[in-house]
Design a protein around this ligand. Structure first.
Ligand SMILES: Cc1cc2nc3c(=O)[nH]c(=O)nc-3n(C[C@H](O)[C@H](O)[C@H](O)COP(=O)(O)OP(=O)(O)OC[C@H]3O[C@@H](n4cnc5c(N)ncnc54)[C@H](O)[C@@H]3O)c2cc1C
Length: 484
């Protein structure tokens, strides 16, 4: 009988836990440890953040689902991994702090561990960033954050209805942020909603991004086939913004967010500043701070985890200059090189390096967008690792691992540009491979599979995906037929 512990009931963790439960008979124990009692379909937080969906439409409670499918659920946050056990037993275990116990730790032993803890939302990296105490901006990273953002957004709309002019700033709250696509969607939805509320002419909208060019998205930009032409993604993104009257600041390393203002450093070393009435700025991500110890209690954290706090997997972490980066640096199995029983998926795995060329300022700061580990890639990694662990349990330790190279994943991204059955639209971008490969493709990617279109059909697809992925995550009949 095997015991598998999954840390983190997010997009990657849910893909892993549900597939493992489907693949393995009930005699094998599957335990989920996660601080959130509800599952959140994060992509639809965009719509919560402009007030057109409630949190209850993007979340559902996990305990009844796990009880139905036979997963033990420990509501709490993992703090440390002990892959060799301790002085009293060589059985590996993970320590966690159950919710509501005031810090008392508990142990859960395991035969296999999947780290799917996602990001620590590192608002502390920029003074004044974030919705918490001392913060002056909003976020849509969690459903709770999105509810708060929508209240502030709708207050700004009310002020506009009373005749006031308002400035909306949306973007990235630090030079090293990832997830530019999420901010891109949110700004398009802000613009769409201002129009729908009849106040667009009273609003200035500015997108502030760490991307060297709009449309970089942390993947070094892309050339895509659009209406029969090969178009660089910055043209595509710039035209979307231009036709909607959205201004942009690119290459910005946001240094400070104050009440009603924000300041950034530009690639040429100059400083910029903006005043705003509403700011939604995403934070940079870090690992959630898991520690690791050997059986004698010696600290293994530096061996299991990168300095960013993300877990090292089967990637090439050797220091290399931009020109030496290769698609082969990226992982395939998501297994820890330190211990074959440990895996990390989704945002929790440590990328070997960015994909976009880093920006270096005359002041010596280096920053730039980091590669997005989107919902789709997170779920694919979760499912790949679930297949591997199921085989290791059923066939023994010699069973080959399933491989799904991160670099060659095909990505489909439907970026909402505004909701509405008749007037909504979304940009549908497909991309293959995720990490550009200039040895194989003239433009880094296969132009047959790398495309971009915007239109109403995209909105319908986005809306359909919202329901499909919530349906799949709830393990409703036929759920496993829906692809990640
Ligand atoms: C606003 C927004 C919109 C987005 N839109 C899209 C989109 O349209 N398409 C797309 O593909 N991607 C989108 N993304 C990205 C997508 O949401 C992420 O890639 C995805 O959520 C990553 O999955 P994950 O499982 O790695 O992390 P998460 O989904 O964040 O899950 C991590 C889980 O780990 C838990 N956890 C945290 N700490 C611990 C701990 N110590 N112990 C145990 N558990 C812990 C968390 O509570 C959470 O449940 C969007 C992201 C944002 C923020």
């Amino acid at each position: 009988m095997a015991k598998i512990v999954i840390l983190g009931a997010g997009i990657a963790g849910q893909a892993a836990v549900t597939l493992l439960r489907k693949k393995l008979p009930r005699k094998h124990e599957i335990v989920m440890i996660s601080p959130n009692e509800e599952w959140n379909w994060v992509p639809s937080n965009i719509w919560v953040g402009v007030g057109i969906m409630g949190a209850e439409q993007v979340c559902f409670p996990l305990a009844p689902l796990y009880e139905r499918i036979g997963v033990e659920f420990r509501v709490g946050a993992a703090t440390a991994i002990h892959p060799e056990g301790d002085a009293s037993s060589s059985r590996p275990f993970v320590e966690y702090v159950p919710a509501g116990t005031g810090g008392e730790t508990r142990r859960e032993s395991f035969d296999f561990l999947v780290n799917a803890t996602g990001p620590k939302l590192n608002f502390g990296a920029t003074p004044g960033l974030g919705p918490g105490e001392g913060g002056h901006s909003w976020s849509v990273c969690t459903a709770e954050h999105a509810v708060e953002a929508s209240a502030a957004f709708l207050e700004a709309v009310e002020r506009m209805k009373r005749g006031e002019e308002q400035t909306f700033v949306v973007g990235m709250g630090h030079g090293s942020c990832t997830c530019e696509g999420a901010a891109f969607e949110y700004v398009l939805n802000v613009e769409h909603e201002l129009k729908r509320h009849g106040v667009r002419e009273k609003g200035r909208i500015v997108f502030v991004t760490n991307e060297p060019e709009l449309g970089d998205f942390g993947v070094g930009g892309l050339f895509l086939r659009h209406e029969g032409y090969v178009t660089p993604s910055h043209f595509f993104a710039e035209s979307l913004f231009t036709e909607r009257g959205i201004e942009w600041v690119k290459g910005a390393n946001v240094m400070e967010v104050g009440p009603g203002r924000l300041a950034w450093e530009s690639p040429d070393g100059s400083e910029g500043e903006l005043t705003h009435d509403f700011a939604m700025l995403l934070p940079p991500f870090a690992g959630v701070g898991l520690q690791a110890y050997d059986r004698n209690g010696e600290d293994l954290t530096d061996r299991l985890f990168a300095p960013s706090g993300f877990q090292r997997v089967d990637a090439d972490y050797g220091a290399k200059a931009f020109g030496e980066w290769s698609p082969r640096d990226w992982p395939e199995t998501y297994q820890s090189p330190h211990d074959p029983r440990l895996f990390a998926v989704g945002i929790a795995f440590a990328p070997p390096h960015p994909v976009s060329r880093p920006i270096r300022t005359p002041r010596g700061h280096t920053y730039g967008p980091t590669v997005p580990r989107t919902g789709m890639t997170a779920a694919v990694m979760g499912a790949t690792v679930a297949e591997s662990i199921a085989d290791l349990v059923r066939k023994g330790p010699e069973a080959p691992l399933h491989r799904n190279p991160f670099a060659t994943m095909a990505v489909a991204c439907v970026a909402s540009a505004g909701a509405g059955f008749r007037l909504g639209s979304a940009a549908t971008i497909t991309m293959y491979p995720l990490v550009p490969d200039y040895e194989r493709y003239e433009y880094g990617r296969d132009l047959e599979s790398t495309t971009g279109e915007i239109g109403l059909a995209g909105h319908w697809l986005k809306y359909l995906l919202h329901y499909l992925f919530l349906y799949k995550a709830r393990c409703r009949p036929g759920w496993s037929l829906i692809p990640e």
